[in-house]
Ligand binder design. Structure first.
Ligand SMILES: Cc1cc2nc3c(=O)[nH]c(=O)nc-3n(C[C@H](O)[C@H](O)[C@H](O)COP(=O)(O)OP(=O)(O)OC[C@H]3O[C@@H](n4cnc5c(N)ncnc54)[C@H](O)[C@@H]3O)c2cc1C
Length: 286
């Protein structure tokens, strides 16, 4: 799975399937459920760390083949856009820019798919994707397709708050904007990102969630003296302490051992037990 995750580590999955349509996806989930096969969904792999032992099940990879975007009407001066879950945020932001649709600028520079962004309630610069979601089309564990109104989704910090199911498509409510302004905002936020994040090294973004109160995770890790701390090729980024970066050939075991050290040292220093934002997948031995 190293090739399917931005942190570039992790062992194999038993199988990986890329559905190309909603019907194919629903039939697959139904078949896997009926045959009691373990499965999971993967989008851009930008918020996961797969154990070296791998994942003993089927990975349903929603990528470019599951990435159609279309306008879906408008209401009260806003424009609805429906996008399949595998579309990358980068492509969607660009598509919106071309059509002068505003609202998604904050997501410029967040890697991964729109499906992953909704499940993680991805956010930046004080905004979150959940605030734009009008409707989500899901495939439940039995393979049934259903629609969920955005207003009924209990979005919270880095979670959409619902039980695991496949996000197949998302309808966002955007506003008519001006190309120049949208483009300028995207460029400015990308510039700020480049200035503060180690974008030249493989990572899974912010490794830990910020605690509900008090200093941010990065500040706690920095104050624990851990910037630059290294186990094998896994390192706490000297540029941003909440990024654990892969300096070349880090194994998932190295990355997880570093995660443990960070949590223990921050706990000893501040009494705060950091929770990973990154989803850890597969069976970790030891
Ligand atoms: C350099 C860098 C910068 C980042 N900056 C930010 C940031 O500013 N803000 C932020 O919030 N995040 C950030 N991230 C983290 C990450 O990009 C987001 O969480 C992103 O939304 C994850 O999307 P993904 O498709 O890659 O999800 P994946 O990593 O593929 O999956 C993440 C989780 O979502 C589930 N999932 C994925 N797709 C679906 C689906 N269609 N249906 C059901 N479940 C699904 C997976 O099973 C997994 O549990 C950053 C990551 C990197 C590497």
């Amino acid at each position: 799975m190293a090739g399917y995750s931005t942190i570039k580590a992790g062992g194999p999955a038993a199988a990986l399937i890329e559905p190309r349509s909603m019907a194919e996806l629903a039939a697959l989930v139904r078949g896997l459920h009926e045959n009691r096969v373990k499965w999971m969904v993967l989008g851009g792999g930008s918020n996961v760390l797969v154990a070296d032992e791998g994942f003993a099940g089927v990975v349903l990879h929603l990528g470019r083949r599951f990435g159609a975007i279309a306008e879906a009407g408008g209401q009260d001066g806003s424009v609805l856009v429906t996008v399949e879950a595998g579309c990358s945020l980068a492509r969607l932001v660009n598509w919106c820019l071309e059509r002068e649709l505003a609202g998604l600028e904050f997501a410029s520079g967040i890697p991964g798919s729109i499906g992953g962004a909704v499940v993680m309630n991805a956010g930046a610069w004080g905004r979150e994707i959940g605030s734009l979601v009008e409707k989500v089309t899901v495939v439940d564990g039995d393979g049934n397709i259903a629609g969920i109104e955005g207003a009924s989704i209990p979005f919270r910090y880095r979670s959409w708050g619902l039980a695991e199911q496949v996000v197949a498509a998302v309808t966002l409510r955007l506003e008519k904007g001006r190309r120049q302004e949208i483009e300028a905002a995207c460029h400015e936020l990308a510039r700020r990102r480049r200035g503060t994040q180690p974008l030249d090294k493989p990572s899974a973004g912010s490794f830990f969630k910020n605690p509900p109160a008090g200093p941010a995770a990065g500040k706690l890790i920095e104050d624990a003296g851990l910037k630059g701390y290294r186990i094998g090729d896994a390192m706490v980024s000297p540029k941003h302490a909440n990024f654990i970066v892969n300096m070349g050939h880090a194994s998932a075991a190295d990355l997880l051992a570093l995660m443990d050290v960070v949590r223990e040292k921050v706990m000893a220093m501040s009494g705060i037990w950091l929770e990973p934002e990154v989803r850890i997948i597969g069976d970790r031995k030891g």
